[in-house]
Every structure is written in C-alpha cells, then in structure tokens.
Design a protein around this ligand. Structure first.
Ligand SMILES: Nc1ncnc2c1ncn2[C@@H]1O[C@H](COP(=O)(O)OP(=O)(O)O)[C@@H](O)[C@H]1O
Ligand SMILES: [Mg+2]
Length: 345
C-alpha cells in the first residue's frame, strides 16, 4: 500500500470516528489484519456495510471479513490481498554483473536480479511443490547467458538432463561417484587458476579477464536434491565447503537446493561459506530459520514465492520467481540440438 492510499484509508476511518487502529503488517503472508479499538461514537455499522471500500484501499479483490472480538472489546478486519505477481522468464531484462541471475519480481513488481559472483555460493531450500525446480531452471538459463561453464548434478536424472546437449554444460552427474569426478575436475581448475593468477599478478578472475584474457570462464556447479549427498558418509560436504570457501577469486560458484532443509543437510561449514540464501515455502518456521536464520518462509503462499538473503542487499527480499511454461520448448528454441555443429565446434 502506498502512502497516498494509506492516508486516504486513514481519512476514511476518521470519517467513521475510528481513530484507534493498527495494521498487522505480516510481510510474509498475503493476509492483512486491521485491529480497531472503537470509541463510543465510532460508526461500526457503516464500516461493516463498506468493507468492499476497505478491501479496495489494499488492492484486494475479495470482500474483507469483519470480526468482533468481544473479550478484548475490539474489531478485526481480515483482508486477503492479491497473490504476488509473476512474469515469464523470457520477458525479464538481462540484468547486470558477471553472472546476473533472474530471481523474480519483488512485491512491488520490480525485477530482482543478483550477481552470482557477488555471493558467490547460494543455498536454496523449500518443500516439494514450492517451486525450487522452476527457480533452478531460471537460474541455469540465466547462467547460460553469461560467460560460464556449468556442471549439473541431479540424482533424479530427468529434471536437468534436458540441458545435456548444450556446449556450456560441462557434465551432468547423478550419483556420489559421478559428482566426485566433477569435484576432482573443479578442484584441479581451482588449483591451476590460483597459480595462473599468481603468475600474472592478478587478484582474481575479474582482474585476469580484464587484463590478460577472457578465456578464463566462470565455473558454476549446480546440485539439485543436495540432501542425497549431504547425508551419506562421503567426504562430499567437506569438499563442497572447501571449494565454496576458496572459489571466489578463481571464479567458481556452487548452488545447492534441497527439499529437506535441516541442520544435518546445511551444517555450519556449508552455511558459513554460502552467503546467498533462498527459502521457498518451508513446512515450519524452524526450517525457515535453518536456511535464512529467521522465520517467515513457512507463511509464503504463492507458488514460486521465496525469500532471498544475499550480501548485496541489506534486508531480505520477498520475491516470486519467473514462471516457465515449457522448459523443454525454451531450451529447444535457445539451444537447438545442432547449435554447435552449425558453428563447427
Ligand atoms: N513463479 C511461479 N509462478 C507460477 N507457478 C509456479 C512458479 N514456480 C513454480 N510454479 C508451479 O508450481 C509447481 C511446483 O513447482 P516445482 O518447481 O516443480 O516445485 P519443487 O521443485 O519445489 O517441487 C509447478 O506446477 C510450477 O509450474
Ligand atoms: Mg523439484
């Protein structure tokens, strides 16, 4: 609600002799509650007949509900506001930075894009059906638009295999052994890059790309269903944490997503080096706290809605991810199967 609407709303209540009220601004839910403590001459009857008008001030299309709390001697108006807007991936602008990720629209309908290299590691959690895979697709499509090589890991195989023919996709793994091979490669790239940077007196990949050569591409590892690898007794979590800690200068980023956020899945060593955090709808406030260190994600109602915490923003951002109608169609259109053979690669 903007200030002008808010002022008109206050004037309207005053015209009914209602002076004592407050609005419960629950930023995570789409329901707003107005608590009213009436005085003797407050015109509650007129208020109850004009609830549509109250809804209108808040941009709600549904009629608000008026409840009388006899015990407390006050009234409550419940207003169900519209769902957060969303728009299709294709209609987002490209964003700025080294690897701009199209995260979605905020509650004012403004495009939210974050530079992955500024994070540079991101963890995502949320219940099944909350919209993680859809968000991951728009993240992968965003990374594909940048100067990056991508490593995918997907134990469910089907979801990410559609990207397999694209040249910028280095490999797609689906089990601990295959992920381990990807990590071997990433670790060796990390070491050789540190040497190369040192030799060329460059602080980081940004400087190297500016001064020496753009041949040094960013490397992004994206793991869906992270819990598969976090709970078995492998050394994967330690290796991931190690790469995440050191990767920034060498231009290596990791993104992990899980539907089972718990202290076991996101242990301290992982959380410490993943400064980008996204909570889609969680099943409890406790799960929300595990991901973003605060509750709220359990109240998100719209599909694809999430809360982003990143070092680039002072406070958390509530967003709705881009919707993607038919991911296979987008991939086919942007990356036709014969794309690289056409160019003789
Ligand atoms: N931003 C969005 N806008 C509209 N619908 C969405 C959005 N994100 C996800 N959905 C829908 O929600 C459903 C579940 O999404 P999905 O990404 O498969 O969730 P998850 O991977 O968390 O189980 C899908 O039908 C998807 O189309
Ligand atoms: Mg999924």
């Amino acid at each position: 609600m903007n200030t002008a609407d808010y002022n008109t709303f206050c004037e309207y209540l005053k015209s009914l002799n209602i002076y004592n009220f407050n609005i419960d601004e629950d930023r995570f839910s789409s329901v707003k509650i107005i608590n009213i403590r009436p005085s003797l001459n407050s015109n509650i009857t007129k208020l109850s007949k004009n609830l549509d008008q109250i809804g209108f001030f808040f941009g709600s299309i549904e009629k608000p509900i008026l409840r009388n709390d006899f015990e407390k001697g006050c009234y409550k108006i419940e207003i169900r506001c519209g769902e957060m807007q969303s728009k299709s991936f294709g209609s987002f602008s490209s964003g700025s930075g080294e690897i701009p990720l199209k995260i979605g629209l905020d509650k004012y309908g403004k495009e939210i894009s974050v530079d992955l290299m500024e994070m540079p590691n991101l963890m995502i959690g949320g219940t099944p059906g909350s919209g993680k895979s859809t968000l991951l697709h728009s993240i992968i499509l965003s990374v594909l638009e940048s100067d990056s090589i991508i490593y995918l890991c997907d134990p469910k195989v089907v979801e990410l295999s559609r990207y397999s023919h694209i040249k910028k996709i280095n490999s797609i793994s689906s089990c601990t052994e295959e992920l381990s091979v990807q990590l071997d490669l990433i670790e060796s790239i990390l070491e050789s890059r540190f040497n190369l940077l040192r030799k060329n007196r460059c602080l980081d990949i940004k400087e190297y790309r500016r001064k020496i050569s753009k041949d040094m591409m960013y490397n992004v590892l994206i793991i869906d269903e992270w819990s598969t690898f976090a709970i078995n007794k492998s050394n994967i979590p330690d290796r991931i944490a190690n790469i995440a800690q050191k990767g920034r200068a060498a231009g290596i980023s990791i993104i992990i997503a899980t539907q089972r956020p718990s202290a076991k899945i996101f242990p301290g060593i992982i959380k410490a080096s993943f400064s980008g955090k996204i909570a889609m709808r969680t099943s409890s406030a406790a799960e929300s706290r595990i991901i973003i260190d605060r509750g709220g994600a359990e109240k998100l109602s719209a599909k694809g809605a999430g809360i982003l915490v990143s070092p680039q923003h002072n406070s958390e951002i509530i967003f709705r991810s881009p919707w993607i109608d038919d991911i296979s169609a987008i991939i086919k259109e942007r990356y036709p199967k014969n794309w690289y053979s056409l160019f003789g690669f």
